[in-house]
Write a new protein. Sequence first.
Length: 214
Amino acid sequence: MQFFIDTANIDEIRTASTWGIIDGVTTNPSLIAREGRNLGETIREITTLIDGPISAEVQEAPAEAMVKEAFSFAQIHPNIIIKVPMTFEGIKATKTLSAHGIKTNVTLVFSVPQALMAAKAGATYVSPFIGRIDDFTASERAGSDLVQDIRIAFDNYGIETKIIAASIRHTQHVTQAALAGADVATIPFRVLLDMIEHPLTTKGLAIFRDAAKK
Ligand code: E4P
């Protein structure tokens, strides 16, 4: 399973990169806006910190405009993945980008048919948003059930599009994504911290430290 960091915050990416376990980065317009910086400049800086897939999202627009914006992002670095919204125009743009050998991440996926459509258009990745589905359905498993269903559907047909479990809110979502067979989990910085720290580990270390003193 690959771990991407879901942020546009350079300090978070720099810190997480020192752990040596981050495989890629996802950003979105909200995350970019939160940092108050230009998208191109932010993405360029991220490419200097992480050597792996880095998703940059095009603005929702007619397919031709999204493709044009995607070409300009793709020129920044070979690791750039174009994040495209799951819409009719997004599907058209994905198809065109895939024909040009540009990798895509179809985002805002909330159903198996949407994932199949994105894969059919040649998406490199699909991003089901598990946290938002859980919020929407008031269920703790609806998001991971969707990931599992997409996994089964893709495996039934040997579809190579990779599944990114996105919109992760806590470590339990990471567990669920892993059990459901997601290829990647894209994880906010605070959840990455929680994946390493545990109160019982801290407590256990204190006990061992005391024992060592004796
Ligand atoms: C994924 O690529 C998105 O950036 C992200 O996971 C969205 O999550 P949210 O529901 O926390 O906004």
